[in-house]
Design a protein around this ligand. Sequence first.
Ligand code: ADP
Length: 484
Amino acid sequence: MKILFASSEIYPLIKTGGLADVAGSLPRAIRNLRHDIRLVLPAYRGVAARAGKIKVLASLGLEGAPGEIPILQGRLPGSTVPLYLVDCPELFDRDGGPYSAPEGGDWPDNARRFALFARAVSALALDRVGLGWAPELVHGNDWQTGLVPALLSREARRPATLFTIHNLAYQGLFPSETLAELKLPPDWWSLDGLEFYDQLSFIKGGLVYADWISTVSPTYAQEIQTPEYGCGLEGLLSARADRLSGILNGVDYRDWSPCNDAHLVRPYSVRRQAGKADNKRALQEDFGLPRRDVPLLGHVGRLVEQKGIDLLLEVLPELLARDLQLVILGSGHAELEQALLDVQSAYPRQVGIRIGYSEPLAHRLEAGADMFLMPSRFEPCGLNQLYSLRYGTVPIVRRTGGLADSVVDATPERLADGSATGFQFEAAEAPALRVAIERALALHAQPEAWRRLVTRGMQQDFSWPRSAQHYLDLYQQLVAARPG
Ligand code: ADP
């Protein structure tokens, strides 16, 4: 099968979150199942230099482009997956993130940037570039590619389209004038099109026009059909429920396995767990904490409301009255960052906070902590709980989205039958989080029972081949039903 996979971030070339991990792993897994999958990404600054030997394929004349847009071809690093880069320096060759300026805040021309990207993806999908390669299916991801299914829906002969929601909270909303400014079809301006409360919604392009919608866990696929999680799109999503499903993300265990992780001070595995203690001591040192044998709780992630950091802040005074330590790596909202730094100043021997982004430290934290906190308000899939399981770092999670689908709560029954892998709590409230942490601490005080829990978690298999097979089944179904 021939598949074009479009994403606005791909690990290891550019990453802000879980989407990059998926876009860097799933295509490789599909390739390993012997299908011809190719990636397409904007040529952000520095990306082409890291994408192998680059060929200039062709230039495209696109609506809204400052001139002819070259399409470059390279490879996804460490793989044989071809990578197309849409090379529009005026829009993509800048310092800063893929969506925001170095000083923070969205790029003011994001609508133009990702409309152009979508037009380029559509042109590739229809082989208007003249490569002699036309995909049977285009797999788009998140609002940055939302216009792709919408544009393709206007073609009589076109590939099938799948649109995956990695996070419904990010919708690509722009002022109503944007539609005309971008010379998008005027008939898209309707409730059944891309209008969303008088704004232009890029994500609706995917949700309304794609042949199928998927999201990154079965539970999130259900949740987004409700007002609590639907971000105002629950009506549309429930109307399309017969074309909406959830496939849990996988983990790339080549990057995330404690038995061969170059970032760790000592490897360990489910059979030889002793090395974890060395990593704990190293982590305490990394964060300037005393090397003591007390429970060490950790968190890595974007410091935003979604992740329930405020709930954690609420329980900290009570929690820190106990003999334990906490380490956090992340960046995000300034007030949450500051609140965490304030806690560190108040409890310098118990709390270590690192504001910033560090891949090596994220690995060391996964390896060194005893427990990993994910009190997310919502979590489409979540990757850190999957990494935590493999690293023997017991996840404490809110029962939502992919967290509900991947962690087995240590109830007395699940402990007795040996299937428990972590701790869940239901209400997005501080007391519920506190109870879950207390349950974890109580079990941690029983070394044998704790070891069984850790071991069971480390044995879980969330590798990509299984998830990739689910995607492939879906691709095949959609291609068989393809129009034209
Ligand atoms: P989201 O996509 O909502 O940010 P996920 O759990 O799906 O959440 O994916 C987050 C990914 O980004 C994980 O691989 C996580 O380790 C990584 N990550 C987030 N913040 C940081 C950070 N400050 N330093 C290193 N890695 C980070």
